[in-house]
Design a protein around this ligand. Structure first.
Ligand SMILES: [Zn+2]
Length: 447
């Protein structure tokens, strides 16, 4: 296979609002998109037949715990507080570096198969340095793109609930940064505790470390807070700590005023509709965030309490956003009579798992849209015979009917990872066998 690829005959949804939408070919050379045009000659290139497909940017999950993959659907009837009593101490206390390796590996392959080419892997089971090393081994051995969010141990995470103020030592994260060096597919963030868990000095320590390292931070914010009310974000604002090198996830308990401050300070936000609703964290605040001028990403988060399918997440997010918007109209005693009252559109929903998610993982310059010069991360999704005529129709089809199982082809960094509906050069049988073994083992930790 050459490093020159033509993706031919699909409907291109570029997410870049320009001339790159429509029935077009995409040329990939040297890992980057070099042309989007009609009738691009093959000239010895590898040709991916995308007839019957929507060709779009690879999906980006701005917040996902990959190691949870081995426990898929184990907590569909649990609240987040239940996790703190059962799964976290059981699994988090016993998980081994090899468990992390196997579960992360299975999670990456699962994500790639679903068309997710980039993941922010919020790794919060780093009980020892070796746990982090093995998670990174898993990433480096497979072809996905990742922002590895180096987190604390589960034991430390549980202190979020007790109000203790643990101090995180980041010396090994600095070593990891050196190990990743010039790696083009993997970079680093620090996954820090929220300010109510770490306190002002703890948060300043974590943020100061990240800024010294030149990496962004991410944190679970106001996800068990009740509300909405001023809380963690207001504290960070009063301490003068908000900035564009931060990404906050959930914020279900945050106030509208806090969202306005996040926009003013350039903080990135993401929500996880299925996990937030299934685990009782609150209603995804998409509508409130959007009214504040934020452009939230939509992520899968805890794939123990969600499917991991970003098309489903986008659909669930759109439903939650419209539910919030139309409830307001109806509560005033009037019918919903104007499409503007729905607020969020299907194009917004697709952006939340592509272009806006790229911003939420600090990679807008290189991925998230199909444009000449950007890295070649793209997917071809079967439209099941419902040929779109416009970009808006393509977005509506993706959110209205498509699922991860419709992903026919996946390209990451100019490398074909999936074609004809099957992963390429990945031993799926051994990954599946390994997953079954790891799943049995991890379930034994808390049963
Ligand atoms: Zn999370």
């Amino acid at each position: 296979m050459t490093d020159r690829i033509v993706v031919r005959g699909g409907f291109v949804l570029s997410m870049s609002s320009g001339p790159n939408d429509g029935r077009l070919d995409v040329l990939i050379e040297g890992g980057r998109i070099s042309a989007i045009d009609t009738c691009i000659p093959s000239d010895g290139a590898t040709v991916i037949n995308a007839e019957g497909c929507i060709v779009m940017p690879g999906l980006i999950d701005a917040h996902r715990h990959l190691w949870y993959t081995a426990l898929r659907a184990e907590t569909m009837d649990h609240t987040i507080s239940d996790l703190a009593k059962g799964l976290w101490p059981g699994v988090g206390g016993n998980i081994t570096p090899d468990d992390i390796y196997s579960a992360t590996r299975a999670g990456i392959v699962d994500a790639l198969n679903m068309g997710i080419t980039t993941v922010m892997d919020y790794c919060h089971a780093v009980n020892t340095d070796e746990h982090a090393e093995r998670a990174i081994d898993a990433h480096l051995g497979l072809p996905g793109r990742a922002l590895f969010a180096y987190g604390p141990s589960i034991a430390q995470k549980m202190k979020e609930f007790s109000g203790e103020t643990p101090v995180t030592a980041w010396s090994h994260a600095v070593e990891v940064q050196k190990r990743l060096g010039e790696c083009t597919r993997m970079s680093l963030a620090l996954a820090v505790q929220g300010p109510f868990a770490s306190g002002r000095s703890g948060f300043e320590h974590d943020l100061g470390t990240a800024r010294d390292m030149g990496v962004p931070i991410t944190a679970h914010i106001a996800s068990v807070a009740g509300g909405p009310t001023d809380g963690e974000i207001r504290s960070l604002d009063e301490w003068g700590l908000l900035g564009p090198d931060m990404q906050f996830i959930h914020c279900t308990g945050s106030s509208d005023h806090e969202f306005a401050r996040l926009r003013e300070c350039g903080v990135q936000v993401a929500v996880s509709p299925m996990a937030e609703l299934f685990l009782g964290m609150g209603v995804p605040p998409l509508t409130r965030m959007r009214r504040a001028g934020l452009t939230p990403a939509i992520s899968a988060d805890a794939v123990i309490g969600s499917s991991g399918d970003l098309f489903e997440e986008a659909r669930a997010g759109l439903m939650a956003a419209r539910g919030a918007a139309i409830s307001e109209v109806i509560s005033r005693g009037s019918p919903v009579s104007n499409k503007d009252q729905l607020e969020m559109t299907t194009m917004d929903a697709v952006a939340s798992i592509t272009s806006r998610a790229a911003a939420a993982v600090f990679m807008s310059d290189s991925i998230g849209t199909l444009e000449v010069g950007k890295k070649a991360d793209l997917i071809a999704v079967s439209h099941r015979g419902f040929e779109p005529a416009t970009a808006e129709e393509a977005a509506s089809l993706l959110v209205g009917t498509c699922a991860a199982s419709d992903v026919n082809a996946v390209v990451v960094d100019g490398v074909v990872v999936k074609e004809h509906g099957r992963l390429v050069d990945i031993d799926t049988q051994s990954i599946r066998d390994e997953l079954a073994k790891t799943r049995r083992k991890m379930k034994s930790y808390f049963s």
